[in-house]
Design a protein around this ligand. Structure first.
Ligand SMILES: Nc1ncnc2c1ncn2[C@@H]1O[C@H](COP(=O)(O)OP(=O)(O)OP(=O)(O)O)[C@@H](O)[C@H]1O
Length: 314
């Protein structure tokens, strides 16, 4: 079997990561499965853990126990290693979901049950080479999405909110994104932006959000870009524009099912190179984590890393 590294964010899901790690560790030891584990002690550390596991310990598979923020950081480490060595993917990533949103796990069919997710990670029966989104201003890659405006504010508010902790304790963490959406919705002021997709520029008056997606979901299974695929070599972009707040209400309540796509306030683009400029700086989220402010320049990196997914049933 390939040598296995494990990165654990014990604080993900407000302590769910630590609990799951206890169960996983017991299982691995009882079954004499060897591994090397690294626990994060501060934000940002999963990137260096991934680099260390690959460069110093030569692991070929990294299992992440955490949420989308931890996947974001670990994938960044795998990508940085490959980039500095000019190598094709050498280390695959698997996830045992322990976070609040867990959109990455959902995109690859990984169940919430930790031991079921572990079996998928250990057997690695099906792997995918997935695209990444590279944001040059912050020199970071994203696995799920990068967005500016409304969703940047929602991500910031959710990550700072006391109700996220409370709802995570009840196993209802995803609801915290919905509460933040409602809070931001009542006060958000749209502004003018310009988007450039593969050289073609469009002015966007009254822009609420512009999100570049690699998978269909964000914010805990909101189907923001139903057609996004991490294997098509293209980034999907969704833009929401509206002068009127009330006119956007139907979008708010249909976006969870991905049924907002026909609403006149919603426009989709597809491309490999996307830039977003705004008349005033807007907050940016990358994989649900705060990632600075606009302007943004995003390049699609095709088939950049390998992910272990649940084997689709025939
Ligand atoms: N030991 C730690 N102390 C403080 N912050 C940490 C620690 N380990 C990781 N982090 C940070 O916690 C943040 C959130 O982690 P993660 O995304 O895994 O969990 P979550 O927020 O509960 O889930 P989700 O992103 O799915 O909503 C990340 O930005 C990460 O950098």
């Amino acid at each position: 079997m390939e040598s296995i590294g494990i990165i654990v964010n014990p604080l993900s899901g407000n302590g769910r990561g630590a609990n799951i790690w206890g169960d996983i560790q017991a299982y691995l030891q009882a079954n004499r499965i060897s591994y090397l584990a690294k626990l994060t002690t501060q934000a940002g550390e999963a990137t260096q853990h991934a680099i260390t596991l690959i460069q110093e310990h030569h692991v070929q598979r990294i299992i992440i126990i955490g949420g989308d923020g931890t996947v974001h950081e670990a994938a960044g480490g795998v990508w940085q290693h490959q980039n500095s060595n000019g190598s094709s993917p050498v280390c695959s990533l698997a996830i045992i979901p322990a976070g609040t949103g867990n959109d990455f796990a959902k995109a690859y069919g990984i169940p919430n049950h930790p031991l079921e997710a572990l079996h998928i990670a250990l057997h690695a029966a099906d792997t995918l080479q997935i695209d990444l989104l590279y944001a040059s201003q912050i020199n970071q890659v994203a696995v799920n999405s990068i967005g500016a405006g409304f969703d940047g504010m929602v991500a910031k508010l959710t990550n700072e909110a006391s109700y996220k902790k409370f709802l995570n304790r009840l196993g209802l963490g995803r609801l915290s994104y919905f509460i933040s959406i409602l809070r931001v919705f009542t006060t958000y002021q749209p502004s003018t932006a310009w988007i450039e997709v593969d050289g073609s520029v469009t002015k966007l008056p009254y822009m609420w959000l512009a999100a570049v997606a690699n998978i269909p979901f964000y914010g805990g299974a909101i189907q923001i870009c139903p057609t996004a695929s991490p294997t098509d070599g293209m980034a999907d972009v969704v833009v929401i524009q509206s002068k009127s707040r009330i006119r956007l209400l139907p979008v708010l309540f249909t976006v969870y099912q991905g049924k907002h796509t026909e609403h006149p306030a919603v426009t989709f683009y597809k491309g490999k190179s996307i830039s977003i400029r705004t008349e005033k700086p807007l907050l940016v989220q990358a994989d649900g984590e705060f990632a600075g402010s606009t302007p943004l320049q995003i390049e699609l990196l095709p088939a950049a890393i390998t992910v272990i997914r649940s084997k689709p049933t025939a």
